[in-house]
Design a protein around this ligand. Structure first.
Ligand code: DP6
Length: 346
């Protein structure tokens, strides 16, 4: 099965509980199309497997102590149902699944850990795949996303297509209400597109998890953002997306990206995810918007220097030409937003 990546418009940055992987603020993202950026995952289960194993892009990773991986496997096994054969005979009783080991092979079609949310696609595909194998059934909507969240926060949003909110929740004992919700499906705004500009495919030097932890303990701006800013932006951007109002959508997206990077700079010691090329892209987009006389393109940057530029279909060619003229050495991935998400044909 495969799952796509998602790019947040209102960012998640900061954990309320490290153990539960719950956030200090809600966030919202657009799930990209499967065409370019996805994780393709295969899961095999057997009683004869002595331990759980994972191969990432063909290289085995030791998951025996990985709390994230174990949380996903155990979480899905807890929702498992019995497996029947074609005549209705019970092949595996649900209580037996716990004795099954899992072998997972996962490939990313894009740079791992370069700030293109590879962990989001990876853990979403893992949970979707495990759920299929174990016949897992949610006891309430979004329950599987609470499991993916424990793999990687942003992964909870990749289980759905379209415009997806991760509601921070308030349950600090179980994290059961910190879950993803599809606000608008993948067919709502077909004209919305994204261009991905891979400025660097090197692994980032400060992981999101580590960066968030330092930001939470040192940045006052981050606390202010979580308490005073994010909820208003969530309401504003949901309204904009619902009304297909690109200017408001784009403005909030750019402001939120800028504030996230400002909190990184306010972290002590500071974290720099954007580089000089990223900053030139920001300048170029503002110049482009001025020339158009409206917000016609909106950038956003996650924990890395790579840019995602949201725009409407009609500006696609012009923007691509502009990017190629100014950044001829960088690799573009034109990517549709929408149509497919978790795909069980691969
Ligand atoms: C900047 O989801 O990778 O992309 O929960 O520690 O795995 P962990 O973090 P992760 O952080 C993503 C941060 C972000 C913003 C976002 O996607 O909302």
């Amino acid at each position: 099965m495969s799952a796509p990546t998602n790019i947040a418009c209102v960012k998640y940055w900061g954990k309320r509980s490290i153990a539960l992987n719950t956030p200090i603020n809600s966030s919202v993202s657009v799930t990209l199309d499967q065409a370019d950026l996805k994780a393709v995952t295969t899961v095999t289960v057997s009683k004869t497997f002595k331990k759980d194993r994972l191969w990432l892009n063909g290289v085995e990773e030791d998951v025996t102590k990985s709390k994230r991986f174990i949380a996903c496997v155990t979480g899905v096994k807890n929702l498992a149902t019995e497996k029947l054969d074609s005549s209705g005979e019970v092949l595996v009783d649900k209580s037996e699944w716990k004795d099954y080991g899992v072998h997972v092979s996962s490939m990313n079609t894009f740079p791992t850990a370069a700030g293109l949310a590879s962990s989001a696609a990876g853990y979403a595909a893992l949970v979707a795949c495990l759920a299929e194998v174990f016949g897992a059934i949610e006891t309430y909507p979004g329950e599987l996303s609470t499991i993916a969240r424990q793999g990687s926060g942003s992964a909870c949003r990749s289980l759905y297509g379209g415009f997806v909110a991760w509601r921070m929740g308030s349950d600090n004992d179980t994290g059961a209400d910190s879950l993803a919700e599809q606000v608008f499906d993948e067919n709502h705004w077909p004209k919305l597109k994204a261009i991905i500009l891979v400025v660097s495919d090197e692994k980032k030097d400060t992981s999101s998890t580590e960066g968030m932890s330092t930001s939470v303990s040192t940045s006052k701006l981050l606390g202010y953002r979580a308490k005073e800013v994010v909820e208003g932006r969530m309401r504003g951007i949901e309204k904009a997306y619902g009304e297909k109002d690109f200017e408001s959508f784009g403005m909030i997206t750019m402001q939120d990206s800028n504030q996230f990077h400002a909190t990184c700079l306010d972290t002590y010691p500071p974290i720099f995810y954007m580089n000089d090329i990223s900053k030139s892209i920001i300048k170029l987009i503002h110049t482009y918007n001025k020339w158009k006389g409206k917000i016609a393109a909106a950038y956003t940057f996650d924990a890395g220097p790579n840019a995602v530029i949201y725009h409407l279909e009609e500006e696609g060619e012009e923007l691509l030409a502009l990017m190629l003229m100014y950044f001829p050495d960088d690799k573009f991935l034109g990517s549709l937003v929408g149509s497919e998400y978790v795909n069980n044909e691969e």
